[in-house]
Design a protein around this ligand. Structure first.
Ligand SMILES: CC(C)(COP(=O)(O)OP(=O)(O)OC[C@H]1O[C@@H](n2cnc3c(N)ncnc32)[C@H](O)[C@@H]1OP(=O)(O)O)[C@@H](O)C(=O)NCCC(=O)NCCS
Length: 326
């Protein structure tokens, strides 16, 4: 099988910044609580006329430029999102139209905060098959619009943004050398939007005001995440035939600095082996890994020959990792 890797990368966050102090206008909270519990200081909030597809298009344009490709060179678009423009049709199709990818398939996947690592694995499997050469993988989210701005336990944790990568054939031995993915649906209610699906439609007698928004059992997610993150890194490395000592950089889902610190400790790695930007953007769900990867690249933290592990975990429960040889 041909080696498949990232030949172009892009990231976009909307310009409106919201600080911890700004949240104090909406809920009883403090900069001290948010900083100590999560490491977050700011996040970006999309304007009301901007959709998830719009952020995706901005990130995708950058990825295409970086890959030196035109929209019509893309054969397939896979969007990881849990905050789509509309419940149906697919937001990937809207991106395809807005980008002007004229000869191209497109679909969404939903693995919540672990969406990116799933989409990257799926995308890598299409390159070189079915006549597909270039696959655009996108993670894009506008969580500010699915959160309950009255629920302080969740609303302060997230931000909006998008990341995108063009996958194509690369030199043998380079690229995505393994992916490891896992799911535990027994925990599906730990993170969920209880209403608006077929179980409890908005017009059902069971509909309760507030249940149209994102809900989370934070402590249960914490207990899951501090195990899931290091497990995903270790299992993906085992599949790649690599050791933890081989790793140059771990790019984790930007959920919480304390989860990342605990996970890195369990892996036996110092914090200098990871990249975090959650203090600037909060948790951007399925977009957090590519946004962080793009920034790490721009800062010269990822170089030719480096072994990078991207790992993510969240609603589903779903978690996983990709091992990428640059
Ligand atoms: C959410 C999280 C930071 C909360 O930290 P915690 O130590 O578990 O805190 P608790 O939920 O026990 O709450 C402690 C107190 O802080 C309060 N609190 C919650 N949100 C608050 C906020 N924004 N500001 C101030 N106080 C807050 C709670 O009401 C609670 O008060 P009480 O003791 O009077 O009841 C932590 O559980 C976490 O990071 N979980 C993982 C979440 C995550 O990463 N989700 C995304 C996954 S992809």
């Amino acid at each position: 099988m041909a080696s498949v890797g990232i030949i172009g990368l892009g990231a976009y966050v909307p310009p409106n910044e919201m600080s911890n102090e700004d949240w104090m206008e909406y809920v009883e909270t403090s900069d001290e609580w948010i900083t100590t519990k999560t490491g977050m200081k700011k996040r970006r909030i999309a304007s009301s006329n901007v959709c998830t597809s719009d952020l995706a298009v901005e990130a995708s344009k950058q990825a295409l430029d970086d890959a030196k490709l035109k929209p019509e060179d893309i054969d397939l678009i896979i969007l990881a999102t849990s905050s789509p423009d509309v419940p149906l049709s697919s937001t990937a199709g809207i991106i395809q139209h807005k980008l002007g990818c004229t000869d191209c398939a497109a679909f969404d996947i939903n693995a919540v905060c672990a969406g990116w690592v799933h989409a990257l694995d799926i995308g890598s499997r299409y390159v070189g098959t079915n006549g597909y050469q270039n696959v655009l993988v996108v993670g894009s989210e506008i969580y500010s619009r699915i959160l309950n701005w009255k629920d302080r336990a969740t609303c302060v944790l997230f931000g909006d943004g998008a990341g995108a990568a063009v996958l194509s054939e690369v030199k043998e031995g380079k690229g995505i050398i393994s992916s490891w993915l896992m799911s535990d649906g027994s925990g599906s209610s730990v993170i969920e939007i209880p209403s608006g699906g077929v179980r409890t439609p908005f017009d059902s007698d069971e509909f309760v005001e507030g249940s149209q928004y994102f809900h989370m059992d934070g402590r249960a997610v914490w207990n899951f995440a501090i195990e899931a993150f290091p497990q995903a890194v270790n299992e993906s490395l085992r599949k790649a035939g690599k050791n933890i000592e081989d790793v140059d950089l771990v790019i984790p889902h930007q959920a919480n600095i304390n989860i990342i610190k605990t996970g890195m400790e369990k892996l036996g790695l110092g914090m200098e082996k990871t990249y975090t930007n959650l203090h600037k953007y909060g948790n951007t769900a399925g977009a957090s890994v590519p946004i962080a990867m793009k920034e790490a690249m721009e800062k010269g933290l990822i170089n030719e020959g480096d072994l990078v592990v991207t790992a993510a975990f969240g609603g589903g429960l779903a978690w996983g990792a990709n091992v990428i040889q640059f």
